[in-house]
Design a protein around this ligand. Structure first.
Ligand code: ZN
Length: 1042
């Protein structure tokens, strides 16, 4: 493809990616209608223009209250992206304030200061010239933005959450809560088609798709309506020819049949007493003969020694649902009434991981409907899915979310067989799989799909230079250049800064990059508006030359200042036309210009007061305002923070929080310790497939409404999450509530839709659909609870609460939910069974007390001032807000292994799987060596009486010669023990590709390191005044009885 340069200047050079339909068809496995089908004028799906208005009489979507009140967050639906403001809208040109810095191999260059308007006035293909304004190219869709970023913000991101309070948990538990109507839903916007990227496993069409057989577990499919019992009078059953398959009789769910589930009043389960006994788990909390502990036999305490236990029950019962890796409900049983809901006490919600990595062979199928367009409900915009039903000999389909009867587009028509099923059902993944990805047609498009864009903002003050991280960052970026997604459209650029800003001209015609220094921090301008952002493949040699020289360029610097705020504004100016990812490498507290921050981590006296939470909030609204502007312009921000001193992660992290980004924290960065971790994690960030300029919405059936969302995103309207970039390492949590006092449906459906641009420039919509039964029985809600989803949601809520409350209050509110739920559950059984000496809980929640305890001991929420440095606490909070369920659980309850035997034995025995141990120091043997793995770091604990030769083999030296273990790097030495240790560590790392655990060594009794690195993670022990697991269980039991 002819590929003009694609710099930050406006528009004309948007590379229009090739249309996908032809290429997709040639690639085979993608399923879709034949592109040759003629006009679809008779169908509603051919309507052009922005997506929205099918059936406009049902849901007018043209206005959203959100847009009018909070302009900062997003433009109007049809105007989803605006031209950015002029780079410097104000004022006559002042004398150039840049200077050319003489650095190494850099060319020196004298350049006039470009007037900002001139930048946007450069005609395509013409040399830049000055002074003549030019209008925006996309005049139909893009409106020039007349205000500067700093003043046009309107309400900050915080104010967006006022529309949907994120922390209104009490609201959910109010029986009398009456929800307001669902606001109108602005449409998702889509873009054009390009071929799929061949090396993109999780986005590839399933090559087995055509060959795959029918979904096997559909026993009730095709039951004619007459077979449905008359009691099922709802529209759902009346029109249902494909219903979710029933659970197996006597299945593992605790209820014995679907009828029982839906008609609990028809009598107790078959088997009566036996099944009742198995309804709940219990733990004796009276005195146990032979136990040292007077209360509880610690061996019987439930522990997650097998990691996250994803329920296999739901996929068995609902094979048409998306896999739980994509969506997990806190309980897979929706209460039918407010009064039932009010007795649940735990949050009702979901954890959504839309781009979760899939095992080989389970890739999400890609579907191209071609010119027919994606089949969606006219009324509620639900995407066609396995739970819709076809009627009228196949000419109509009924939406499973809103029951609207839609016409089947002529091109999509297929006759029904004798049982009422479409005869082509097994050739259509959208009708038999819970997760699919649609290729979006041009009608979904308001601008050409953006190219992948990576912009690096690098602090080069003295601490960054001395720590050695510049070299690692430069080398890592260089090593990733071949793998950045989106070749040949990928764009790249750099700004470095200390007390001045350094712009780097990477124009492809240069042999060496040029650096231009701007010292005026109050009046930021771009000295080279055209060549700061370049096409990587064209400027590859200049980019490499830049990265080669970066480590030495500032090596003699003694500059301690950091003008991050002005550098952010400059980055925004460069990126705002296209969007993309902004990666910030920050080594010190921002000290100059707008957004400068002050030291506040040591304000001990604030802890425990009503002001305590303010330390965890951004100090300067500048960062939230910038975040809003970034999101609006499709820019996601990742923060890499390295300082040993306070850098105000609370403020910096808000850039990531509201832009769908991520906070990477390497406190007290040391090259030897952190080199591999930084290199791996930066490499993963750059190489992993990224979904660009995305929006996500989760729809649900009548009677249920999503109210609060938790994670890193910006709410663009009441239910639309703006995600400038999203990837397989980001998960989101959300809460829903009941809209009606009494639900009349038997099933609630959920549908997650993520609309995004792939790195190849294709617009796609990933859709996950799931069904859950509506129940009338509280016990059923508890039995279907998912502890992983609950704790992921509770954790996010608690972290958000810690931004407006004392830590103690945030912890107490989780305690309270746990207590209330167990008390309620106890009331179901305890009285009639006289179980006063036992703690009663449903099997599904057996680990909840432990995880709640662990959550309260996590770095983000533990203790008070002295228990975690403020930056560590805030970084942990930001990190937990995006974690998928399994990583959250592992962080809360890390794996502990004893490895002596694996190190000492030969052959097969050394390969034996590691056995996970309870997290208590009682299990630690002074002759033992243990690994603690929380998914982010390894800590190796060396017992005091560990044989000296074992230690020296691991260290590569005698312990006596190693005075300071904090400086020791674990690497492979030339002996079998060291080699085995490295093998074990690598095996553990292969279980989790999201981050790279670095490895620290700590010796028994080595304080304070042993406590902070290791013992504080043994969550079953009483550390730093916190409760032990045993005491916690006693406390829970006591309170659940009261
Ligand atoms: Zn509908």
């Amino acid at each position: 493809m002819e590929q003009p340069t694609f710099p930050g200047r406006p528009t004309s050079s948007f590379p229009t990616a090739p249309k996908s339909s032809a290429a997709l068809r040639s690639s085979g496995p993608i399923v879709g209608l034949d592109g040759s089908i003629p006009s679809q004028a008779a169908t509603p799906f051919a309507s052009s223009g922005p997506v929205a208005e099918f059936g406009s009489s049902f849901t007018p979507q043209t206005t959203s209250p959100f847009f009018s009140s909070v302009p900062a967050v997003g433009p109007q639906p049809a105007n989803f992206r605006e031209l950015p403001p002029p780079i410097r809208p104000s004022g006559p040109s002042s004398p150039p304030s840049y200077q050319v810095q003489n650095v190494g191999s850099y060319q020196q260059m004298q350049a006039p200061r470009y007037h900002p308007i001139a930048q946007s006035s450069v005609p395509l293909g013409s040399p830049p010239f000055i002074g003549q304004p030019r209008g925006p190219l996309y005049t139909g869709s893009f409106q020039p933005h007349s205000q500067t970023p700093a003043v046009s913000m309107g309400p900050t991101p915080q104010s967006s959450s006022q529309i949907i309070p994120r922390n209104n948990v009490p609201q959910l538990s109010e029986p009398s809560f009456t929800a307001t109507k669902i606001p109108s839903q602005p449409p998702l916007h889509g873009y054009s088609n390009v071929p799929p990227r061949p090396s993109m496993p999780s986005f590839q069409p399933d090559p087995q798709f055509h060959a795959s057989g029918p979904v096997s577990q559909r026993p009730m499919q095709g039951f004619p309506p007459a077979h449905v019992p008359a009691t099922h009078a709802s529209p759902y059953y009346a029109h249902q020819s494909i219903v979710p398959p029933p659970p197996p009789i006597g299945g593992p769910l605790g209820y014995t049949s679907r009828d029982q589930l839906q008609h609990p009043l028809t009598g107790p389960p078959l088997g009566g007493v036996q099944s009742l006994v198995e309804e709940f788990q219990s733990l004796s909390v009276g005195s146990v003969p032979g136990s040292l502990n007077p209360g509880v036999d610690t061996n019987l305490l439930p522990r997650p020694l097998n990691g996250d236990e994803i329920s296999t029950k739901i996929p068995e019962i609902y094979p048409l649902n998306c896999h739980p890796r994509f969506l997990r409900l806190t309980t897979h049983a929706i209460p039918n009434s407010q009064s039932l809901f009010s007795r649940w006490h735990l949050p009702l919600g979901a954890v959504v991981h839309p781009l979760a990595e899939t095992p080989d062979g389970e890739e999400v199928p890609v579907i191209n409907f071609g010119p027919v367009g994606i089949v969606r409900c006219r009324r509620c915009r639900t995407y066609i899915n396995p739970y819709v039903t076809f009627t009228d000999a196949g000419r109509k389909w009924r939406c499973n979310l809103c029951s609207f009867l839609n016409d089947v587009p002529a091109e999509y028509y297929c006759a029904l067989d004798a049982s009422g099923r479409r005869s082509d059902i097994n050739q259509r993944p959208e009708l038999c799989k819970g997760s699919v990805e649609f290729v979006a047609s041009t009608e979904y498009m308001v601008r050409p799909p953006m190219p992948p864009l990576y912009f690096f903002l690098i602090d080069v003050s003295v601490s960054a230079v001395r720590s050695g991280l510049l070299e690692i960052v430069a080398k890592t970026i260089k090593s990733c250049l071949d793998d950045l997604p989106g070749f040949p459209r990928t764009q790249i650029g750099f700004i470095t800064f200390d007390n001045t800003l350094h712009f780097h001209n990477l124009k492809s015609s240069l042999t060496q990059p040029q650096m231009l220094v701007v010292a005026d921090l109050d009046d930021i301008f771009l000295p080279l508006p055209d060549d700061l952002l370049v096409n990587l493949s064209e400027s590859r040699h200049v980019v490499e030359a830049f990265l080669d020289s970066l480590p030495v360029m500032f090596q003699s610097s003694v500059n301690v200042e950091s003008a991050l705020g002005p550098a952010l504004k400059a980055s925004f100016m460069v990126m705002s036309q296209l969007g993309g990812k902004l990666l910030i490498f920050q080594s010190t507290l921002p000290s100059l210009g707008v957004g400068r921050l002050r030291l506040r981590g040591d304000e001990l006296r604030v802890y425990g007061t009503d002001k305590e939470y303010t330390l965890r909030l951004p100090e300067d609204s500048f960062y939230k305002q910038m975040a809003a502007e970034f999101t609006k312009n499709q820019i996601a921000v990742d923060i890499y923070a390295f300082s040993e001193k306070y850098t105000d992660i609370a403020s910096l992290g808000s850039l990531a929080k509201y832009t769908g980004g991520q906070v990477y924290h390497y406190p007290s960065f040391q090259v030897a310790i952190h080199h591999e971790k930084l290199s791996y994690e930066l490499g993963r960030n750059l190489r992993r497939e990224t979904a660009w300029e995305a929006v996500m919405r989760i729809r649900c059936g009548k009677g249920v409404r999503f109210t609060n969302y938790h994670g890193h995103f910006m709410l663009r309207s009441t239910d639309l999450l703006a995600l400038p970039a999203v990837d397989c390492d980001k998960a989101f949590a959300m809460q829903f509530s009941l809209e009606e006092n009494l639900m009349t449906t038997q099933t609630v459906y959920f549908q997650v839709a993520l609309l995004y641009t792939s790195s190849t420039g294709e617009r796609r919509i990933r859709v996950h659909t799931a069904a859950a039964p509506v129940v009338t029985d509280l016990n059923e809600m508890y039995n279907q609870a998912d502890t992983g989803a609950i704790i992921s949601l509770l954790g996010r809520i608690a972290i958000e609460n810690s931004l407006s409350q004392k830590l103690d209050d945030a912890r107490q509110s989780i305690h309270l939910k746990l207590m209330k739920s167990l008390k309620e559950y106890r009331n179901l059984f305890a009285v009639q069974h006289r179980l006063s000496g036992r703690l009663i809980y449903p099997e599904s929640l057996r680990l909840l007390p432990l995880y709640v305890l662990a959550l309260c001991k996590s770095v983000a929420l533990r203790g008070g001032y002295a228990d975690a440095p403020l930056d560590d606490r805030c970084a942990a909070g930001y990190s937990m807000m995006i974690l998928p369920v399994s990583r959250m659980l592992k962080l809360l309850y890390p794996s502990l292994f004893r490895i002596n035997e694996n190190l000492l034995k030969d052959g097969k025995e050394s390969q034996e799987p590691l056995i996970q141990l309870p997290l208590t120091a009682l299990n630690l043997d002074p002759k033992g060596i243990y690994i603690l793995d929380d998914g982010f770091n390894f800590v190796i604990w060396l017992g005091r009486m560990l044989p000296a030769d074992l230690v020296s083999n691991i260290l590569g030296a005698d312990l006596a010669g190693v005075p300071d273990l904090s400086k020791v790097v674990v690497f492979e030495h030339d002996n079998p023990i060291s080699k085995k240790l490295m093998m074990i560590l690598n095996q553990l790392r292969e279980k989790n590709f999201s981050s790279y655990p670095s490895c620290r060594l700590v010796r028994q009794g080595e304080q304070p390191r042993e406590l902070s690195l290791f013992l504080a993670n043994l969550v079953e022990d009483p550390t730093a005044g916190s409760t032990s697991y045993v005491d916690w269980i006693l406390q829970v039991h006591r309170q659940s009885q009261s």
